[in-house]
Each structure stands twice: as C-alpha cells, then as structure tokens.
Design a protein around this ligand. Structure first.
Ligand SMILES: [Fe+2]
Ligand SMILES: [Fe+2]
Length: 296
C-alpha cells in the first residue's frame, strides 16, 4: 500500500494530462443549467448548508491563485497552464453555479474569504529561495490532492442525496457535470507530487521540514484555519454522514501524502493530523449546536 507506483511520472505525462483536461472539460456555462427545483424548501433544509460551503470554497479559487503567485513566483509552464487555463476557469464556474443554486433555494449569496493568510505571507517572503520554493511546491501539490479528494467525496454524497430527493435537474445539470471535473484536478496534484518524490527533488532536510509543516498547518478544505469555518466544515461532515467513519474518510483524504511523505512509518493508514482536523471540526460543530447557535 505504501509503495511507490511503478510507473514513472514524467513532466511530459503531466503536461499531456493538463492539455487533455482543458480539451475535455471546458468551463460549465451558467445557461447549461436546468434550474428546476421540485422542493426547494426540502433541498435547502437537507443540503443548503453544504451547498453554501462548497460554493464559498469554489469561489475562493481566486485567492488560491493569488497564494500561488506569492508562493511559486518561478512556476513552470505546465503549472501555470493548469491553474490559469484549466483549474481556475473551471472552479469559478462551479462557484457561480452553486451560488446561484443557493439563491434559487432562497438562501443568501455566499461571501468568499479572499484574504491571504499569515503563514502564506511568511512563506511567500521566503519563496524566492530555491530550497524553500521546492518545499512550498510540494506542500501546494499535497494540499491540492487532499482538497480535490474532499471535493470529489462531497459531490458524490450530494449527488446521491439529490437523486434520493428526486431532484433530477440539480443532479444531472449541476452536480454531475461539476463532479466530473474534480478527479482530473486531483490527478494533476497527485501526479505532480509523486513526480517530485520520484525525482528526489527534495533533500532529506527539506522532506523533514515538509512533514513538520504539514503537521502544523494541515487544514480541511475551506476552513482557512478559522474556528467558524472549521465548525461549518464539521456541519458539512455531519450533513453528509461522513462522521460515521472518520477514519475511513481520513484514509481517503490522506492517501497521497501518506504514501509520499510517510512511507517510512510502516503500517500507518493515514497521517494522524488529518483525523485530528476532522475530529476538531466535528467537535466545534457539536459545541456550536449545544450553544444553540446553529447558523443553518
Ligand atoms: Fe470545483
Ligand atoms: Fe477542483
């Protein structure tokens, strides 16, 4: 389980993957959506909060691009093509479509959080140093793999929920087309991180530092290291029933970095900080519920 894939991931392979994604998946046009909603009240009650969260995360793509420019000032062409021509145009449409769905359900438009975090600014200040830039790049790929995996899992769950509610238009013209674009993003990050390890780009001290920084800074998608968003994410986890098997979820979300960063830890299923982050989010949400402050 923890062994390296036998196949060598070349830069050419990654570049071809990016090109294919761009050709296969143009950004989803807003007017391709069938806005029929049979029971908006029920959909809002069951999934309003989850859609709100995902819409915000998708719309925060513009901050992610800014972070990227700060962190990876000397980025290579494949990376640039991916985030500028494929990833950002796709994700922003996901955000706009979900935000409009949100409003069709009678809920308020989302407010994306667009400020750069303090750790990013610090790292950005050091990013012109090549050894730091390599660490930042690996962290970026690992974060991408983990967050895209979370997106895939969330959309799978919502889609099942919408089908269960017989909301065919939402399932077929919103969630399914969005869901189809996420695995390609995941694959890009996974391939890019794997290539860095296979090619031994990082020296042992850099890998050590990467592990320390993942342990200290790991956060779930969209939490932005803020308590309120962590509790919101806890609500998403609970609403999607993922809290029944948090360890299984941690294994899914942490598979790439477990293999690439922690292969020397024999028999470890997932990095412990991932389960810790999941538990923290769920606990914060439950505390909020107890305080009677559910912001649904
Ligand atoms: Fe997306
Ligand atoms: Fe994505």
């Amino acid at each position: 389980m923890t062994s390296m894939p036998r196949q060598h991931i070349t830069q050419k392979k990654i570049a071809e993957h990016v090109q294919r994604l761009g050709e296969l998946y143009p950004p989803i046009p807003l007017d391709s959506v069938d806005r029929t909603i049979k029971r908006p009240g029920l959909v809002a009650k069951k999934f309003g909060h989850v859609i709100d969260y995902l819409a915000r995360v998708e719309l925060e793509v513009d901050r992610n691009v800014l972070e990227l420019l700060v962190l990876l000032p000397d980025d290579d062409e494949t990376n640039k093509t991916f985030y500028a021509d494929v990833w950002q145009p796709q994700e922003i449409q996901h955000g706009l479509i979900l935000d409009r769905l949100q409003q069709d359900l009678g809920r308020a438009p989302v407010k994306p959080h667009l400020d750069l975090s303090f750790p990013i600014r610090i790292l950005g200040a050091l990013a012109h140093l090549k050894p730091i830039q390599d660490i930042a790049r690996l962290m970026y790929f690992l974060t991408g793999a983990s967050t895209e995996r979370q997106a895939v899992l969330a959309y799978n769950h919502i889609n099942r929920g919408m089908q269960h509610l017989e909301e065919a238009a939402i399932s077929e013209t919103i969630i399914t087309p969005i869901k189809q674009q996420e695995p390609g993003h995941f694959a890009f990050y996974q391939m890019s991180a794997t290539a860095m390890i296979q090619d031994k780009v990082l020296r042992p001290w850099q890998l050590f530092l990467t592990r320390v920084m993942r342990e200290k800074s790991y956060h779930l998608v969209g939490t932005n290291q803020m308590k309120n968003f962590k509790a919101d994410m806890g609500a998403v986890i609970v609403d999607l029933d993922l809290d029944r098997d948090l360890e299984g979820y941690a294994r899914e979300v942490g598979r790439v970095e477990n293999r690439l960063l922690w292969a020397h830890k024999q028999g470890m299923d997932f990095p412990p900080y991932i389960l810790k982050a999941l538990r923290e989010s769920v606990d914060l949400y439950r505390e909020r519920l107890e305080r009677g402050l559910k912001l649904a």
